[in-house]
Design a protein around this ligand. Structure first.
Ligand SMILES: [Zn+2]
Length: 217
């Protein structure tokens, strides 16, 4: 089975991706993970990727496409794969089609889109608090400290990172929405997109996904 998983930041995509990969016994291919590994190993590719990220630039498509192509050639992809974080745009989706044809593999079977209401995402993503002293993290809704704004572990002050403010988070969500809407449409035309309600619990979301996968197998 060849699957792409999509979902906005805060939708729990990473958690579900790990479960899908083990359920279907296919590799979970995350461009973010591959980039981090290459950077850690200081490979030629890693150095290149780091130079883009250090200057605040996006990694260009030709680099990402090369990385994915190399990964899909590995023997563990013979039974299928789960893509996460690629493709993000229509040119990337077209490049993926080209790669799969080049490797004599079929096109994607399924696109799982985890959808969560923007307000819920905002609550999830802006609730994080970090201890100034020891770095422990909390969530005001899901994992609150015993005393407001005080770290349970060391008594330090908790604060909200600038990445987690409502303004930054709304911007990130807007960018995601704008970027992925055309991609979803691209796959909807092929009739392979399945929406899953990401507002349910982690277990319930996975049950929904399992149903979708079984319906295709
Ligand atoms: Zn602390």
């Amino acid at each position: 089975m060849r699957i792409l998983i999509m979902g906005p930041p805060g939708a729990g995509k990473g958690t579900q991706a790990a479960r899908i990969a083990s359920f279907c016994e296919i590799p979970h291919i995350s461009t973010g993970d591959i980039f981090r590994t290459e950077i850690k190993e200081s490979s030629e590719l890693g150095k290149k990727i780091k130079s883009y990220l250090d200057t605040g630039k996006l990694v260009p498509d030709e680099v990402t496409v090369m990385v994915i192509k190399k990964r899909l050639q590995q023997p563990d992809c013979s039974r299928g794969f789960l893509l996460d974080g690629f493709p993000r745009t229509i040119p990337q989706a077209e490049a993926l089609d080209g790669i799969l044809i080049g490797l004599s593999k079929n096109r994607l079977d399924l696109v799982i889109n985890i959808s969560v209401d923007a307000q819920v995402l905002l609550e999830r993503l802006t609730g994080r608090r970090v201890c100034r002293n020891c770095g422990d993290t909390y969530h005001i809704l899901y994992q609150p400290p015993q005393k407001d704004e005080i770290c349970d572990r060391c008594g330090g002050d908790l604060y909200q990172r600038s990445d987690d403010t409502a303004e930054t988070v709304s911007n990130r969500l807007d960018v995601y929405q704008r970027q992925t809407a055309p991609l979803l449409e691209y796959y909807q035309k092929r009739d392979i997109v399945q929406e899953v309600n990401g507002e349910l619990s982690i277990d319930q979301v996975f049950k929904e996904i399992e149903k979708v996968i079984r319906s295709i197998d």
